[in-house]
Design a binder for this molecule. Structure first.
Ligand SMILES: [Zn+2]
Ligand SMILES: [Zn+2]
Length: 278
């Protein structure tokens, strides 16, 4: 998918890019350079490498993370790739695991490195690593509303921390196909209110292929509610392989427009730019 007229038009327009891309520094299979080349082929103007980072290592659960000892090399490699490709803006990001108990360690870690932006992701609720396939039948799923409510409480706290430019996949807790009941509505509203107040953008995560639920995150309903609060939008692939960078991009744009969005956020200069026609 390279070299089409719409690709060059997209690049010329200074559009936002794919800011949630994993490489071999955490659990991705591609190198930063391979991901950037795919972004160029897909016609993106910007890409951000954002590998997983846990603030406490090792974690009590199984989590992918850039090892502390590799962080300097990660920064140097992404900066090196950025200098090598003049036709695209390459940003240095990270997807930090948000764990309430690790806030102090995370703040210290994030201040120690020159990240251009930080994506916050909730992958564990009260010690329950809910995306572990081995825990798909765990007894805790018998009270889905409690898990969903705890997830949105964590999102709210993450936003209130004020360290995340973007909060990823808001309802990733639904990856196995569960959904929140109406009792969770208040927690969703509180999480979105905190994002609006503290300035975290919301991510429309197009990786609906990899997870069993087969949906983009967040749901159309949450995306509409985010839009009505003026929460800035980014669209991201959450690619774990270079060929997935920019995946389902046009579908993501169409989904965002259906939710009411007409602008999205370019992270290189924190500017809202018009969303292309879906
Ligand atoms: Zn994530
Ligand atoms: Zn991710």
């Amino acid at each position: 998918m390279s070299g089409t007229r719409s690709d060059s038009a997209r690049r010329a327009a200074g559009q936002p890019g794919d800011y949630h891309v994993h490489t071999t520094y955490s659990d991705g299979s591609g190198t930063a350079s391979e991901c950037v080349e795919q972004a160029i082929a897909a016609g993106l103007c910007e890409i951000g490498i954002a590998d997983h980072l846990s603030a406490v290592q090792p974690t009590p659960w199984d989590s992918a993370s850039i090892p502390f000892a590799e962080l300097d090399r990660y920064v140097a490699e992404v900066r090196g790739v950025a200098a090598r490709y003049g036709e695209i803006t390459v940003l240095l990001g990270v997807e930090a695991d948000y764990v309430p108990e690790h806030e102090a360690e995370l703040a210290k870690l994030l201040s120690a490195y020159p990240f251009d932006y930080v994506v916050g992701g909730v992958h564990v609720i009260d010690g329950f690593d809910f995306d572990d396939p081995a825990k798909r039948d765990d007894a805790r799923w018998s009270d889905c509303d409690a898990l969903f409510a705890a997830n949105y409480r964590a999102v709210r706290r993450a936003a209130e921390l004020g360290r995340f430019d973007v909060i990823a996949h808001l309802d990733y807790i639904g990856l196995w196909g569960h959904a929140a009941g109406p009792a969770v509505d208040a927690q969703i509203d509180a999480a979105l209110d905190a994002m609006a107040m503290f300035g975290s953008a919301i991510e429309l995560n197009t990786d609906r292929i990899s997870d069993p639920a087969g949906v983009m995150y967040p749901s159309a309903d949450i995306l509409r509610r985010a839009c009505s609060r003026g929460i800035p939008l980014v669209i991201s692939s959450d690619a774990h392989a270079a060929e997935h960078v920019g995946r389902l991009w046009d579908e993501g744009i169409a989904t965002a427009r259906e939710a009411g969005y007409r602008e999205w956020l370019r992270l290189s200069d924190r500017t809202l730019v018009p969303l292309p026609p879906g």
